[in-house]
Design a protein around this ligand. Structure first.
Ligand code: MF3
Ligand code: CO
Length: 253
């Protein structure tokens, strides 16, 4: 069931999303060669609590192996859900994906960005740009009355033209009262039952794009997804509100 948010609820998400975008901006500033990924998590946790929020990834998932951090930090071939560690050091040339979800006034917003650490390769920069732009192009298709598959097709086509590939096993999602609400939002056309967007839906759109093949594997920690071929992957995510004439991006400043 897709949950339509009230005006009061969307206002809380608008506020929370702006705070989250500002937190992400600050986290991006410490994506630097020599820093470890647990330092990023420490700052993320502090900023979320200082702003009156709750980090919703902490403790998420199977109680036998709950996600242990406020932010996912995934480097290079790691696609998403990388677990921060003191002994994981960022190096010059890495691309670093940060993904964070925050509950604020009882509503959740979710966002991700890919940051370059120092100078990165031209190929890495191209992947980063393509992933960001595929999300932007997809968002242009979002409005009340539009088909969700228009979003998916737009991302898929844009990425294919750039010569990259779209991860299929991991998808975007509705968001707000819970981290993961209906509908699932693939970044490629699944030709499943069509969903027509309605005013007041709030969606986490999150293309995960690989430089090589689309195939993924789960690492031994039970959380981190990486590319099967070891090549680079990029990820951008925004929480958006479906409005009458378009999408309002909640997780940008
Ligand atoms: N943005 C990711 C998602 O929507 C983050 C989930 S990470 C987890 O699936 F740690 F909470 F699982
Ligand atoms: Co998400």
């Amino acid at each position: 069931m897709i949950i339509i948010k009230s005006q009061k609820e969307t206002e809380a998400m608008r506020e929370g999303g702006k705070i989250l975008a500002e937190i992400m901006r600050k986290l991006g500033e410490i994506v630097l060669p020599g820093n470890n990924t647990e330092e990023i998590n420490k700052l993320a946790r502090k900023l979320v609590f200082d702003n009156g929020g709750v980090p919703v990834f902490e403790g998420y998932g199977d109680p036998k192996n709950p996600y242990p951090a406020a932010v996912c930090v995934s480097i290079n071939n790691e696609i998403v859900h990388g677990v921060p560690r003191k002994d994981r050091i960022i190096r010059e040339g890495d691309i670093v994906k940060l993904d964070i979800g925050m509950k604020y006034k009882n509503l959740i917003t979710d966002m991700a960005r890919t940051f370059p650490a120092g100078e990165i390769s031209i190929e890495a920069q191209k992947l980063l740009n393509a992933t960001r732009e595929s999300l932007n192009e997809g968002i242009k298709k979002i409005k009340a009355g539009a088909k969700l598959s228009d979003y998916s097709q737009t991302v898929e086509r844009y990425i294919r033209l750039q010569g990259f590939s779209v991860v299929q096993e991991l998808v975007g999602h509705g968001v707000g009262k819970k981290l993961h609400e209906d509908p699932q939002i693939p970044n490629y056309d699944m030709h499943k039952r069509e969903i027509i967007l309605q005013e007041g839906m709030t969606l986490a759109l999150e293309p995960m794009i690989n430089a090589g093949t689309r195939y993924i594997k789960l690492l031994k920690d039970g959380w981190t997804y990486a590319t099967k071929d070891g090549k680079l992957s990029a990820h951008f995510e925004d929480t958006v509100l479906v409005a009458k004439d378009g999408a309002e991006i909640l997780t940008r400043i």
